[in-house]
Design a protein around this ligand. Structure first.
Ligand code: NDP
Length: 306
């Protein structure tokens, strides 16, 4: 049986691993369906303190993992598909095996949200993508569309202009993104903004790859078709909390509800990072939350005479 199992290997999980490993708790980190979390699919991180020149996202998260391993954390590939948190030890179903643990840190993060429009799901990997840094390269000189109005959409639109001109489609006139990100996009002559507009369908060529998008202006009702090769969706994320439904308190969107500090409604189960945080969602706040969860798990075990 483990002292601490940490679910997720993004900034939150890896920081929790560093702290619990240094406390001698020999944590097991189950790396989840997206090892390295969201940083593993970003490019440059400019706002993580301590890196004045910036650092690549995958490098930053790999550094954290190496740091945790140095103190004895064990990392294992695997995703929890079921959990029994009704009694201790807690039990987790991973790859057909049950793992038992005295305490649990849920740092499962959040995954890309999709539009849910016709054509989208079928064409994922065939022109539809949620990750510009992963897939942008394939659309050099092609027609690229980005949907969204937050910082992710701005970042992706800017990044993708390395490869081609970009059409940025947003359903409103105002952007949710921060001013600095909007200004960068506005200053980039390779980005064309199409506002008050939604995409109703992603269209496929006869060859089965993305060929276009059916557009609609929500103010005028006008509809038209754009030619598109790369269709990038950047409209936010959904928390990964499915295995804990009915056991851990969550809000209507599935984000875990904090019961003070890093505590959930179940004693011995703690939360860290984007799985609970719908407001800040930064690498540094996720790391901070991982630290809090680790310290609480440590104190919890200590109070039990561990
Ligand atoms: P956000 O939730 O901030 O923005 C989502 C955007 O997608 C909104 O503009 C929203 O429109 C739009 N949207 C949502 N659903 C739909 C839909 N069904 N159809 C059309 N449009 C839709 O998510 P982000 O991923 O952009 O950002 C998440 C967090 O990460 C933020 O805190 C952000 O600051 C941060 N971030 C920071 C970066 C940086 O600093 N370098 C880079 C990337 C992200 P509407 O506004 O109308 O609701």
């Amino acid at each position: 049986m483990h002292n601490v199992v940490i679910l997720g290997s993004g900034c939150a999980g890896n920081t929790a691993a560093i702290y619990t490993a240094r406390a001698g708790l020999k944590p097991l980190v189950l790396m989840g369906k997206e090892p390295g979390g969201q940083l593993s699919i970003t490019s440059e991180v400019e706002n993580f303190p301590g890196f004045p020149e910036g650092i690549l996202g995958p490098q930053l998260v790999e550094n954290m993992k190496l740091q945790a391993e140095r103190f004895g954390a064990e990392f294992r590939l695997g995703e929890v598909v079921g959990a029994d948190l009704s009694r201790r030890p807690f039990r987790l179903s991973v790859d057909g095996e049950w793992i038992e643990t005295s305490t649990l840190i849920v740092a499962t993060g959040a995954s890309a949200r999709w539009l849910g429009i016709a054509g989208e799901k079928d064409l994922i990997g065939k022109g539809v993508s949620s990750c510009a840094t992963c897939d942008g390269f394939f659309y050099r000189g092609k027609k690229i569309m980005v949907v969204g109005g937050g910082d992710s959409a701005m970042e992706e639109a800017n990044f993708l202009t390395r490869f081609s001109d970009v059409m940025l489609v947003h359903r409103r006139e105002e952007f949710r993104a921060s001013k600095i990100m909007i200004d960068r996009v506005k200053a980039n002559p390779k980005v064309k903004m199409v506002l008050n507009t939604v995409v109703d369908e992603v269209l496929a060529h006869e060859t089965g790859i993305v060929g276009g998008a059916r557009m609609r202006n929500v103010k005028t009702g006008e509809t038209w078709t754009e030619e598109v090769d790369g269709f990038f969706v950047a409209i936010g994320h959904i928390p990964n909390t499915k295995p804990f439904a009915g056991q851990l308190d969550m809000d209507e969107e599935g984000y875990l509800i904090s019961h003070g500090g890093a505590r959930t409604n179940i004693a011995g189960v703690f939360h860290a990072g984007d799985v609970q945080d719908r407001h800040y969602r930064q690498a540094i706040t996720a790391s901070g939350a991982g630290c809090m969860a680790a310290m609480e798990a440590e104190r919890f075990l200590e109070a039990e005479g561990h």
